[in-house]
Design a protein around this ligand. Structure first.
Ligand code: ADP
Length: 877
């Protein structure tokens, strides 16, 4: 028979892939294949039969009958023809020169005839069912059809084999994946619980065992509620039902924080995430749930720690930032005590300060949780907190802390030998912690806490260290503020006393001023009258009268200076600072003192007057007073033929006024006494009149005007006193302070004028009567009270009223008001003549509407001039 040409190459990849997918090559013998091979040999009466698979090089028999070997090289075998053509094939006699190879074992067996049919898998020929016979023979078509059917059986077996292989493979996979899953579950750090749809536990992992204290075998089969505290377990059945019916989930698929119940009854915070596992969608009973439990104990502990830390920081922050409010509101101690209780979760707390009592430390309780149990104990607590009573026993639990400086921890108070027992009725204390509060090593306070839910330990003491240090700080601040408060109170008391004393002094000064001036008015007034009498005095009498006037003026000057000084010291001296032309004041002072200088034979020189042409910030009258004091001293303490030089040195913002003399000078070692009141150095013993008040007053006046004063001197050569005043910043402003010199009064004879004098002092009345007699042409009426004066003025309005201020009954101010408001007298000028000489009195009088205010003792010449002015003014209007 002729070989057909090859149709399908042996090495076709699709074919080889189909063969590969069977995964049959080299597999174990299989009875089904063996049986089919034997059946084929028997049925077609052949000696050998095989079911073979063919790859690119080899033929391998899954089953073969009658042969030992089952694999041989595949080339030029009869089966190759089957494979290539894809159809059945037969050879009557292999030895008849068909040119085909026969496998060696078959050659040995002496084969002659061949028949084969292809075996297909996935449409590809993957092998053959072949038969060999030892006799030459041909196969009928019927026999070949039978062979083909047997081949189909073999193909079915191949399919079966493949299916079995695949199933086994799947099973292997599943087993491996199950093993892996189990390993994961068991090794997981989280607890895993698997339950069915009824809540029955199917499995738990090791973590659950460790977390909840059960073994798996104890849990499997039980309801998962066993792992829940009652408040959760009560609703679990309903929850599962609701979920399965309506899909309402609280935990499933989302996870939340819940509590798990440990076997020994305590609860554990856990995070629970539940996933549903449904193996078969059509079988609800196959529902399973896997719960993953993460132990949150550590997280909770850390959260709690953070929370406590935050609370501690908040306490420290409040304590430090609000300490003023806390201390001043007296809530510091209560705040600290409450903070302590909260921070440590204690039932009781106390905080106190350590004070020394007779050299022994004692505890002054500032705040304590009320643990009184009877009226008596309540009273005791009150006494302790108010500070009326202190704790002193150094051997008590508290004493060990405040007196011994120990930190005391006791978690078994009832049996602690250090406790010393509690009085009957005292609430039970079972845990105690007392901590000393130190400052620079010294115990300055302590706090104690009792009955926390958990034992006190050294870590708590350490944790509270910032609180303890803050307490030390606050106690110190409290002490300082207390001291400050006491100091302030003492200062306030001293200030009040000084105020009262100053008030008394002012009153004394004004009455002294009045009392001294009144007699001086008579002395100076009568002396002046005598001197200017129409009946000239003898030369001796004149000299004596002049001496009376000099001494009186000196006394008046002294009184004025002393009162000024006292006023400054009492803070009663008021200056009105304004722009003052320095040159004008200097000019006036020089003019005033020229006669004195001439008399003392001292040359008074004003060096470069143009340098004084500036405005200073000063009180005109007081600046004049300062200049006159310094110039008059320079004249007084000079020598005949000597000089006094005045010069100004303006600088950027101030001007220095220098008064230089060529006088006796001041010894170096006496300089410090110079500005002290009543200190005259050696002048006391000399002939120069003085009181020793001038320089003291001068310095105070300069300071009142924001200036400085100083002196340089060489004993025997002379002195230079200087003072500085600020320059006025607006130099162009017209300087004030100098009264524009009024036109010289036109002298009008004081003819036929009616003058009413309201004065209660008879000596003053007498003086005025004598003066007006001397003047002549004026009619003076004296009355002793304001009431009388008003009556008289209304009945016959005078041309001028001279009004004393300090009168019995109605005073001069009130009387002036009445006269002013009465149309009959409103046009009558009222001139105040008073012994009250303060600037305040003078200002008040001007404001009240007096034409002027003259102070006693009167300078009679000036008085007469002023009266003339008033009459002249009237004549003009
Ligand atoms: P008083 O001149 O009334 O004694 P002061 O207070 O003005 O008082 O002066 C105090 C003392 O300072 C004087 O007594 C005098 O000893 C001394 N003193 C003041 N000015 C001069 C001066 N220019 N030269 C020498 N000594 C002076």
């Amino acid at each position: 028979m002729k070989l057909s040409s090859p149709d399908q190459p042996v090495t076709d990849p699709a074919r080889l892939e189909a063969l590969e997918s069977l995964n049959i090559w080299g597999s174990e013998p299989d009875a089904a294949f063996d049986g089919l091979a034997a059946l084929a040999a028997d049925t077609l009466d052949m000696a050998f039969a095989g079911i073979s698979l063919i790859n690119a090089e080899q033929q391998w028999c899954k089953a073969v009958t009658g042969l030992e070997s089952n694999q041989w090289p595949f080339s030029r075998l009869a089966c190759e023809q089957v494979l290539r053509t894809g159809g059945s094939f037969q050879i009557r006699d292999l030895q008849a020169g068909a040119g085909l190879a026969v496998p060696a074992p078959l050659v040995d067996a002496g084969v002659r005839a061949y028949a084969g049919t292809p075996l297909k898998h996935q449409g590809q020929v993957v092998g053959t069912l072949f038969l060999y016979g030892v006799e030459p023979r041909s196969f009928s078509a019927q026999e070949l059809a039978l062979l083909q059917r047997l081949g189909e059986q073999a193909e079915a077996l191949l399919l079966l084999f493949e299916a079995r292989q695949q199933r086994q493979e799947r099973q292997r996979h599943q087993r491996a994946s199950e093993a892996r899953y189990k390993a994961i579950i068991q090794g997981a750090a989280a607890g895993i619980v698997r339950i069915n749809g009824h809540g029955q536990i199917l499995a738990v992992n090791r973590s659950v065992e460790e977390m909840l204290g059960y073994r798996e075998s104890e849990l499997v089969g039980r309801n998962v509620k066993v792992l829940m505290p009652k408040r959760w377990s009560e609703h679990h059945d309903q929850y599962l039902t609701d979920y399965q019916q309506h899909g309402a989930a609280k935990v499933i698929g989302m996870g939340r924080e819940v509590e798990a119940l440990h076997r020994d009854g305590h609860t554990i915070p856990v995070h629970l995430a539940v996933s549903e596992v449904q193996a078969d969608q059509h079988a609800p009973e196959s529902r399973e749930f896997i719960g993953i439990l993460s132990d949150l104990s550590d997280v909770y502990a850390s959260r709690q720690h953070q929370e406590r830390q935050r609370a501690l920081l908040e306490v420290l922050h409040t304590g430090l930032t609000d300490y003023r409010a806390l201390v001043s509101g007296n809530t510091l101690w209560r705040f600290l005590k409450e903070a302590l209780k909260e921070l440590t979760g204690s039932e009781y707390a106390l905080i106190g300060e350590v004070v020394q009592q007779s050299g022994v430390p004692a505890l002054k309780l500032h705040a304590i949780t009320d643990l009184s149990w009877s009226d008596e104990s309540r009273a005791l607590m009150k006494k302790l907190v108010s500070g009326d009573m202190m704790l002193t026993n150094p051997d008590s639990m508290l004493g060990r802390v405040f007196a011994g400086g120990e930190t005391v921890l006791s978690n078994r108070m009832q049996t602690d030998p250090r406790g010393g027992g509690l009085p009957p009725g005292h609430p039970a204390l079972y845990r105690f912690m007392g901590v000393p509060i130190r400052d620079k090593g010294k115990v300055i306070g302590m706090y104690a806490i009792a009955n926390a839910a958990e034992d006190y330990d050294p870590e708590l003491v350490e944790w509270l260290e910032p609180f303890t240090s803050t307490c030390a700080l606050l106690i110190n601040l409290y002490r300082q503020m207390n001291e400050q408060q006491q100091l302030n109170e003492a200062l306030q008391a001293a200030h009040d006393r000084a105020e009262r004393a100053s008030q008394a002094k002012s009153e004394f000064l004004s009455s002294m001023s009045h009392e001294l001036r009144t007699p001086l008015n008579s002395i100076l007034g009568f002396a002046q009258l005598l001197l200017n009498s129409r009946h000239p005095l003898q030369a001796r009498q004149q000299r004596q009268t002049e001496q009376i006037i000099r001494s009186g003026r000196h006394l008046l000057n002294l009184i004025n200076e002393v009162l000024d000084l006292a006023r400054i010291e009492a803070g009663k001296m008021q200056v009105s600072i304004e722009a003052v032309s320095l040159a004008d004041v200097v000019q006036e002072a020089i003019e005033t003192l020229s006669p004195q200088a001439d008399k003392a034979q001292v040359r008074l020189r004003w060096l470069s007057p143009e340098s004084c042409r500036c405005s200073v910030r000063a009180d005109y009258t007081r600046l004049r007073q300062v200049l006159i004091n310094l110039l008059s001293n320079a004249i007084k303490y000079n020598r005949p033929g000597g000089q006094v030089m005045l010069a100004c040195e303006p600088s950027e913002s101030q001007v220095r006024i220098r008064v230089q003399d060529t006088g006796i000078g001041i010894p170096e070692n006496r300089m410090s006494e110079l500005f002290l009141p009543f200190s005259r150095l050696d002048a006391d013993s000399g002939s120069v009149e003085g009181s020793g008040v001038g320089l003291a007053l001068t310095r105070k006046l300069v300071h009142l005007m924001q200036g400085e004063i100083g002196v340089e001197s060489v004993a025997g050569e002379g002195s230079e006193f200087w003072f500085e005043l600020p320059l006025d910043e607006q130099p162009n402003r017209a300087p004030q302070g100098q009264a524009s010199s009024p036109d010289a009064p036109q002298s009008v004879a004081i003819q036929a004028r009616q003058v009413l004098y309201i004065e209660d002092n008879p000596a003053n009345q007498r003086l005025m009567i004598d003066l007006f007699e001397d003047l002549g042409g004026c009619e003076l009426t004296c009355v002793s009270s304001a009431e009388e004066g008003i009556e008289l003025a209304c009945s016959a309005p005078p041309d001028l009223v001279l009004m004393d201020i300090d009168l019995p009954g109605m005073n001069g101010f009130q009387a002036q008001q009445i006269l002013r408001n009465n149309p009959l007298t409103s046009g009558v000028p009222v001139l105040a003549v008073s012994a009250a000489a303060s600037t305040h009195d003078i200002r008040r009088a001007r404001e009240a509407g007096f034409v002027d205010y003259l102070t006693k003792p009167l300078d009679l010449a000036a008085f007469i001039r002023r009266i003339e002015q008033i009459f002249n003014q009237e004549a003009l209007t």
